[in-house]
Ligand binder design. Structure first.
Ligand code: HEM
Length: 400
């Protein structure tokens, strides 16, 4: 996979899959973004960009920057994926177009709108419980508890075994990085998790009326095959939980750190939706994705050969000063349109409407019930090759 770097591409000794980087990625983001429009990351021999314009250009050009060769560091043209390619994420048109149309329908805004009342009720219950606890862990008691309650219900999964979703999601996102200690640890616990997820994705395991069954019904209608239906359920299980957990965790962490923004949210809880969106711009739970060049291309004036892996630092683009005013400020009323925390183009997150509903429900319930969010101890970061988030966020929620 190593590419012979053209002489014009600056090289950086930066490993974005290393513990020190996870603890503080911002100097690295600045180095990638400000050194040049495209750099070469020496530790991995891959191209990378952290600029908003270049990343948008890549996301909007699926013909030249393909996903079918993997959106992680491994080029599937040379090495097989660890556990089958992503059924949507790692496909290109026309296969992607056909499958995406089915999933778009299953997760359409109209379908998701019907979940507003049960999602709001669950948020009141879970936030109410955390407030009653006095001290709580913002991650376990809110950011994890909420999606683990509502998302599998919406999918039609049984209550038993839901805790497997988090380590399985961790594996999926670790697998996009290099074969480092994180991936090894995820792989060691994978076999029973993978077996469980495969069983849960079958028609027999799913309740009628949920997203999972809707995908199997699309197979009955002949829009996809029964095998595709089960694998698309697995895709939603893989992509739908850890992402949202980290996004809700990010929003909580922002609102706890920036009390003036919390006060603005309390004064006007209708900002909840944008406060969540701004947390996704600001913390960017999905930090990076790769594309592979299908032909020789030029990106930001830099020639890149065919078959090159190019790493997109979505998180760096979300704070690119060329695109954003005062990018390092968390501002709940900032116009957030154009952030790439959900991607862009044909692969733009198919679950974004659902994720937004979850985030809005939790922040609205918090804004109604909590006067002040106090961080009571040092938060601990959770390391993952793709996702940014916390393992613990000790809080005291002062009741309103
Ligand atoms: C705040 C939470 C979430 C974030 C930050 C997020 C982020 C992303 C990003 C950045 C992409 C683009 C990947 C690429 O271009 O290669 C994506 C795609 C995707 N997301 Fe999400 N996501 C979230 C929630 C969800 C949920 C709740 C689901 C499932 C219901 C989901 C399912 C997917 C799927 C299946 C894809 C692939 C779409 C395609 O290739 O057409 N995501 N997500």
């Amino acid at each position: 996979m190593a590419n012979a770097p053209p002489v014009t591409v600056p090289e950086l000794d930066l490993d974005p899959f290393a513990p020190a980087f996870f603890d503080d990625p911002y100097p690295g983001h600045t180095a990638v973004r400000e050194t040049a429009s495209v750099v070469m990351l020496r530790p991995h021999g891959c191209f990378a960009t952290g600029r908003h314009a270049e990343i948008r250009a890549m996301l909007d050009n699926w013909q030249d920057y393909v996903s079918g060769r993997g959106v992680g560091i491994t080029d599937y043209a040379h090495a097989p994926p660890l556990r089958g390619p992503g059924m949507l994420l790692e496909t290109d048109p026309p296969v992607h177009t056909r499958r995406r149309a089915v999933v778009n329908k299953v997760l359409s805004p109209a379908v998701v709108r019907a979940l507003r009342a049960p999602f709001a009720a669950a948020a009141e219950r879970i936030v109410g419980r955390a407030v009653a606890m006095g001290r709580c862990d913002g991650i376990a008691d809110l950011a994890e508890a909420y999606p683990l309650a509502v998302f599998p219900d919406a999918l039609g999964m049984p209550a038993q075994g839901r805790e497997n979703l988090l380590p399985f999601g961790s594996f999926v996102f670790n697998a996009m990085g290099p074969n480092n200690a994180l991936l090894q640890a995820s792989l060691a616990e994978l076999p029973p998790l993978a077996a469980w997820v495969t069983t849960q994705s079958r028609r027999e395991a799913l309740a009628p009326g949920g997203f999972g069954m809707a995908l199997h019904e699309a197979a009955d209608a002949g829009d996809i095959t029964p095998e595709e239906a089960a694998l698309l359920v697995r895709a939603l299980l893989s992509a739908g939980v850890d992402t949202t957990v980290n996004a809700i965790g990010a929003a909580l962490y922002c609102l706890a750190r920036f009390p003036a923004e919390w006060d603005r949210l309390r004064a006007q809880p209708s900002h909840a939706r944008n406060a969540f969106e701004e947390a996704i711009r600001y913390e960017c739970p999905v930090q990076t994705f790769f594309r592979t060049t299908a032909r020789p291309v030029e990106l930001g004036g830099t020639p890149i050969p065919e078959g090159s892996k190019v790493l997109m630092f979505l998180a760096a683009a979300n704070r690119d000063p060329r695109r954003w005013d005062d990018p390092d400020r968390y501002d709940i009323t900032r116009p957030t349109a154009g952030h790439v925390g959900f991607g862009a183009g044909i692969h733009m997150c198919v679950g974004q409407v659902l994720a937004r509903l979850e985030g809005e429900a939790v922040l609205t319930a918090l804004a109604r019930r909590v006067a002040r969010i106090e961080i009571t101890d040092t938060p601990v970061r959770r390391h993952n090759n793709t996702l940014r988030g916390l393992a613990t966020l000790p809080l005291r929620l002062h009741p309103a």
